[in-house]
Design a binder for this molecule. Structure first.
Ligand code: ADP
Ligand code: MG
Length: 446
């Protein structure tokens, strides 16, 4: 096997294993000069780097040389007698890379993997994105297409890929653009006779991230241009990541040759967040905004704002804005107002205290009038406390109003009841199960 080929491969492995600074200090200045009997001869510039590599990187180097696990290749370091200024072997891109400028890009550094909250709806997409960010172009996920509805985090993930790539390899050229901007720039380049420059800008990318490709719909000439860009990058092993609102094969108005190219990679969908993820996202976004919200408020928002993450975020911002602009305390009334505003006519909640007591009564087989009455019998007290807890967590009713409804009790009694059930909820599986079921049942009627 050609030693240049082996060495190129080895350098690739090494550069993913060893920090960038070490690569540039020790490995970029060296080169393979030959091979004999399974030993690759590597020329190093001086005795010092020869010793250094041998003592510090022996293991990594052997491992990288034998990345297929066959342990057949060893190496010998040889101090160079000639100057090493001549060109590196062809294809040895790492040596050339350092001479490149650090590229400008339009990455939003707020969008990172570390602040992307994972749930069952998005974990596949997130893991695919991570795999691509770790090894752009060197996996079977090329192109990677992240698809799904509005506000589910596609753009966030795509920027996270770009951010991670430039953090690790700042000299890689990451190009990120929306398909609208791509179209606009292309049309302008036509107008100004600058299509060659236009093409060059994209075709020299190491990784091309292109957002919302559904906007290419019906734009034949732009698609044509994109098709060529795609091919050039793809053929030279450069990573392409796209986002779309639909599964590629279902995208109307895109040329079938584009669609079939897209299908050679990986498509990963993002589904709307489930309840638990909505709660997690709200907690995170509230914290990010320095807003502390009661758990029952969070739950209330998560229960009503279901469609996407952007709406959840928007709700938090709106609550903050409303409270600071109108100088109002953030309480359940304010939160409810905001949620109602955001949902408009689709906001509905038919849950009321009567419905709660009725459901608890049916579940526990205790008459409604006993629940709202004065009895001190243990199981009746528990049913009452549970009803109070549900009134608070599902409707956010004030403690004193709950007290009034349950036979004129004062707010400290109500508070005690709520705390008690909350504690049991976390400690006692039977209670948790019961409360969850009652909530679910009430959910269905609202
Ligand atoms: P899309 O591109 O799918 O329409 P975005 O990526 O623009 O959605 O996401 C909308 C907003 O929601 C962004 O502010 C983003 O940071 C946030 N977001 C979406 N999904 C998540 C998530 N899983 N964790 C944290 N924030 C998220
Ligand atoms: Mg987007």
């Amino acid at each position: 096997m050609d030693f240049n080929y082996i060495w190129n491969d080895t350098m690739k492995v090494l550069s993913s294993e060893i920090p960038e600074h070490a690569i540039s200090a020790w490995f970029e200045p060296i080169k393979a000069v030959g091979m004999s009997n399974g030993t690759i001869i590597i020329e190093v510039p001086n005795k010092f780097s020869c010793d250094w590599i041998d003592t510090h990187y022996k293991e990594e180097l052997l491992k990288a040389l034998n990345k297929n696990g066959n342990d057949q290749i060893s190496y010998r370091l040889k101090v160079s007698t000639s100057s090493l200024k001549e060109d590196p072997p062809s294809g040895f891109s790492i040596q050339k890379r350092n001479k490149r400028p650090i590229y400008q890009n339009n990455l939003n550094n707020q969008y990172q993997f570390k602040n992307y909250i994972e749930g069952s709806n998005n974990e596949f997409a997130k893991n695919a994105a991570l795999a691509v960010a770790n090894k752009p172009g060197e996996n079977n996920f090329n192109p990677l297409i992240l698809y799904g509805g509005v506000g589910l985090g596609k753009t966030h993930l795509m920027h996270a890929i770009g951010n991670m790539v430039i953090e690790r390899k700042p000299d890689l050229r990451v190009v990120i653009i929306t398909s609208e901007k791509f179209t606009l720039d292309f049309v302008n380049s036509l107008r100004k006779n600058k299509t060659i420059e236009f093409a060059q800008q994209y075709r020299t990318a190491d990784i091309l991230l292109i957002d919302d490709i559904q906007f290419f719909r019906g734009k034949e000439q732009t698609q044509e241009q994109f098709f060529h860009t795609f091919n050039v990058l793809y053929q030279s092993g450069k990573q392409i990541v796209m986002t779309a609102d639909k599964f590629p094969a279902e995208m109307k108005g895109l040329q079938s040759r584009l669609i079939s190219r897209f299908q050679s990679g990986l498509s990963a969908d993002i589904q709307p967040p489930n309840f638990e993820l909505r709660v997690a996202i709200l907690l995170e976004k509230a914290e990010q905004n320095g807003l502390s919200l009661d758990y029952n408020v969070i739950e209330f928002i998560a229960k009503h704002i279901k469609k996407n993450v952007r709406d959840l975020e928007g709700t938090i911002i709106r609550i903050l804005a409303k409270s600071s602009l109108m100088n109002r305390e953030i309480d359940f009334t304010l939160v409810k107002e905001v949620v109602r505003e955001r949902l408009g006519s689709s906001f509905s909640s038919d849950i009321n205290a009567e419905a709660i007591v009725k459901t608890v009564s049916e579940r526990l087989n205790i008459a409604e009038k006993l629940i709202v009455g004065k009895s001190r019998k243990v199981e009746i007290v528990q049913a009452r406390q549970m009803s109070m807890y549900l009134c608070r967590s599902l409707m956010g009713t004030s403690l004193s109003n709950i007290g009034v409804f349950f036979g004129g009790r004062d707010h400290t009694t109500v508070m005690h009841a709520i705390k008690k059930i909350r504690k049991k909820y976390y400690e006692n599986r039977r209670i948790k199960h019961l409360v969850d079921n009652i909530k679910k049942e009430l959910d269905d009627i609202s």
